[in-house]
Design a protein around this ligand. Structure first.
Ligand code: AFP
Length: 342
C-alpha cells in the first residue's frame, strides 16, 4: 500500500491530459487527441535538434554533409519537414500550411485525408538560433470546411474564431509546450530524462498586474503617432503604468510566453520603413491568430490596433498584421491611442 502522501503525487503526461480533455467531449472521436499528440512528438524531435544547434560546426560541416555522412539541414527546414512528415500520413489532416512555404501543403495522394487543417510556423525566431536565444514552434488547428478529398486554400483561410486548438513549443532553458482547445491554457515541460512533456502549468491565466512591455523600439521613428503615444503611455506618461520594464527578445514565442506568465503586452505594429509592407511583420494565420486564441483563453486579448485578431477574416495564406497582445486593458489602451491619434 502507498502512504497518504504518496497517493497525492500525481504526474500528468501530456497524453493523459489531452485524453482527459477528450473525455469531457463525449462526441469526440479521438482524432484531435492523436493530432495534438503528434504535434507534441514533433516538438520533442525538434527540441532534440535545437539543443545541438551549433555542434554541426564542431562535428564538421563539409559541403553541408556532416561526419555521419548525413545532409546537414538548416534547423528551420528540419523543423518544417518534421512537422509535415509526422502528419502527412495519419489520415487526420486534410491540408497543411507552413510559414516556410508559399502555397498550401497537400497530403500525398497515397495517404488518406482527415477532417483537420494544420497551420504552423515551424521555427519562429530562427534568426536567433546562432545566438542561443529561445525559439519556438507555433501551431493552429481548424476543422476543414470542404466535405472531402484534398483540403483547399479556403480550408486554411479561416478566422481565429474557428480555431479548434492552438499552441506553441518554446525551445529555451527547458522545452515547454503550451496549448489550448478552448478549455483553458495548459503548459507542459519536457523532462529530457524520460522524454515526456509533464503538466507543469495548469490553467495559465495572464496575471492582472503588468510587469513587462515588449516592442522593438529601434523602429520607434517609423511608428504611427498613435503607437508612439501609446509607447509613452507604457513608459508612464498620460497616466500610464509607472513600473513597467521593457523586455524584447525578438523571438515572438519567447516574448509572448514571458508576458503570458508575468503580465504585460507585446506589440509589433505596422511601420513605414517599407511603404510596400504597411501591415507589420507578423503573420495572421501562423503567428498572431493562434497566439490570440491562447491569450484570450488565458484572460488576455489580441488586436491589430482596431479589431480583435480573432475576428479578422484572412484573405491570403501569408497575410501580415500589426499585433498588440497581452493583458486585456493594455491592449484596449493601444486601441484607444490608435483611434485618437491615427
Ligand atoms: P525571424 O524568424 O526572422 O527571426 O523573425 C522572428 C519574428 O517573426 C518574431 O518571432 C519576432 O517577434 C519578430 O520577428 C522580430 O522582428 P524584429 O527583429 O523586426 O523586431
Amino acid at each position: 500500500m502507498y502512504s497518504e502522501a504518496e497517493n497525492h503525487i500525481q504526474i500528468t503526461t501530456i497524453e493523459r491530459h489531452i485524453l482527459e480533455e477528450q473525455h469531457s467531449h463525449p462526441e469526440a472521436t479521438g482524432m484531435l487527441t492523436s493530432l495534438l499528440y503528434d504535434i507534441a512528438l514533433a516538438g520533442k524531435v525538434i527540441a532534440s535538434k535545437t539543443t545541438r544547434a551549433g555542434l554541426a560546426e564542431i562535428l564538421g560541416r563539409t559541403n553541408d554533409i556532416n561526419v555521419q555522412g548525413e545532409q546537414v539541414q538548416k534547423l528551420d527546414r528540419f523543423a518544417d519537414l518534421t512537422i509535415y512528415r509526422l502528419n502527412d500520413h495519419t489520415g487526420r489532416v486534410a491540408v497543411m500550411g507552413s510559414e516556410e512555404h508559399e502555397d498550401i501543403l497537400p497530403i500525398p495522394d497515397n495517404y488518406p485525408t482527415g477532417k483537420y487543417v494544420l497551420l504552423f510556423d515551424p521555427l519562429d525566431g530562427s534568426s536567433n538560433i546562432d545566438f542561443n536565444i529561445p525559439i519556438g514552434t507555433i501551431f493552429a488547428i481548424y476543422q476543414r470546411k470542404s466535405e472531402s478529398g484534398p483540403g483547399t486554400l479556403e480550408d486554411c483561410l479561416q478566422s481565429g474564431r474557428n480555431l479548434v486548438a492552438a499552441g506553441y513549443v518554446i525551445y529555451g532553458s527547458s522545452t515547454m509546450l503550451v496549448y489550448t482547445t478552448g478549455m483553458g491554457v495548459h503548459g507542459f515541460t519536457l523532462d529530457p530524462s524520460v522524454g515526456e512533456f509533464l503538466l507543469s502549468h495548469p490553467y495559465i491565466r495572464i496575471p492582472t498586474t503588468h510587469t513587462y512591455f515588449s516592442g522593438n523600439q529601434g523602429y520607434y521613428n517609423y511608428w504611427s503617432e498613435g503607437v508612439k503615444h501609446y509607447t509613452q503611455y507604457l513608459q508612464g506618461e498620460y497616466g500610464g503604468p509607472k513600473h513597467l520594464s521593457l523586455r524584447y527578445i525578438g523571438s515572438l514565442v519567447a516574448d509572448f510566453h514571458r508576458n503570458l506568465l508575468a503580465g504585460g503586452i507585446f506589440y509589433y505594429p505596422a511601420d513605414n520603413r517599407d511603404p510596400k509592407k504597411p501591415h507589420g511583420k507578423l503573420r495572421l494565420l501562423y503567428e498572431a491568430g493562434p497566439l490570440a486564441f491562447i491569450a484570450e483563453q488565458a484572460g488576455g486579448r489580441a488586436s491589430n490596433g482596431m479589431q480583435n485578431i480573432l475576428d479578422i477574416q484572412p484573405r491570403s495564406l501569408h497575410q501580415r498584421t500589426p499585433l498588440f497582445i497581452g493583458n486585456h486593458d493594455l491592449v484596449e489602451k493601444a486601441e484607444e491611442f490608435i483611434k485618437k491619434y491615427d
